[in-house]
Design a protein. Structure first.
Length: 71
């Protein structure tokens, strides 16, 4: 799974997902018990965002092109 420099991507397993979040990629809810990703900027960890898996990969392609999906 790709992650640009300066960003840490953590997988959140269903048993770990106990809160509801809004995905910044699609503005839809990530319900408790849903597998998703926590994307944490290393310079600003308080800006951590929770993304749907597919939305994060679309964001990588949007920002960095096809090369991002191969990282």
């Amino acid at each position: 799974m790709g992650a640009p420099d300066g960003v840490t991507v953590n997988t959140i397993q269903p048993h770990q997902a106990v809160k509801e979040y809004t995905c910044p990629g699609c503005d839809l809810t990530i319900a408790p018990g849903t597998f998703h990703l926590a994307v944490v900027p290393e310079e600003a960890p308080d800006l951590r965002r929770h993304w749907h898996h597919g939305c994060w990969h679309k964001e990588l392609r949007r920002r960095f092109g096809a090369q991002a999906s191969r990282r």
